[in-house]
Unconditional design. Structure first.
Length: 234
């Protein structure tokens, strides 16, 4: 049953809530580096939110429950990181705008909310459903990747809506419910989920790209075309 909207007084007491959505197929060290950097910069819990049915890419290599289970393993013992399964509990496709509508219904119009996204995802916002409306419901925390793609400029339609929204202080995200963009500087990691899946399928070394517990899970469940190897002691 949905929670009732919060009162005006409760709105003022709610701190910034940060949601890091993605397929996490599988979760890897680069994902964790972004989440840790956001937690350190914002001093807020980062909620990693696996998508149930990603609308922007082919079907995942692991099912939703497996991807969520790997996330649980990845964040175990990590201060300030947790897994939020709300998109797995909702029927239909995992559109960010629908998630934000649900969050607004739960926390009200005054609560500060933010979406944590990679720079590549941010540059692709014009392909998202009702993408302009996202800025009326949430802030954006944009984590840069190697190559610094934001320096190359934004697509014209994204540049137009982003103009005047950039913020250099994390505290700015606490003073408004939505609409600002914070640029997150974070450690550079080259891992990508696509590359890790390809390495697993080809039998190349891959374990160093993911947390050890996640690697064990992938091997145990034979995900991504993983093939068991006989030990030389057998």
């Amino acid at each position: 049953m949905p929670r009732p909207p919060r009162s005006s007084r409760e709105h003022r007491l709610v701190k910034l809530r940060v949601y890091y959505g993605g397929t996490f197929d599988p979760v890897h060290n680069g994902h964790l580096a972004i989440a840790r950097a956001a937690h350190a910069a914002l001093d807020r819990t980062i909620r990693l939110m696996p998508a149930a049915d990603p609308p922007h890419r082919p079907p995942p290599g692991a099912d939703a429950l497996q991807r969520a289970a790997m996330l649980d393993l990845a964040v175990a013992g990590e201060p300030g990181l947790l897994v939020d399964r709300r998109e797995l509990e909702r029927a239909g496709r995992s559109y960010s705008i629908d998630t934000l509508h649900a969050l607004r219904a739960e926390y009200g119009p005054e609560a500060p909310l933010a979406l944590l996204v990679g720079a590549d995802s941010f540059l692709g916002l014009p392909t998202w459903k009702d993408w302009r409306d996202l800025f009326t419901h949430a802030h954006f925390v944009v984590a840069e990747r190697p190559g610094n793609p934001l320096e190359d400029g934004l697509p014209p339609e994204l540049a137009a809506i982003a103009s005047g929204r950039w913020s250099s202080a994390p505290s700015d995200l606490e003073t408004a419910p939505a609409g600002r963009i914070f640029r997150l500087r974070q450690p550079l990691h080259d891992e990508s989920a696509t590359e890790i899946r390809e390495l697993i399928a080809s039998g190349e070394p891959w374990r160093d790209g993911v947390p050890a517990a996640v690697a064990d899970y992938i091997e145990r469940h034979r995900l991504y075309g993983h093939k068991s190897r006989r030990s030389s002691s057998l």
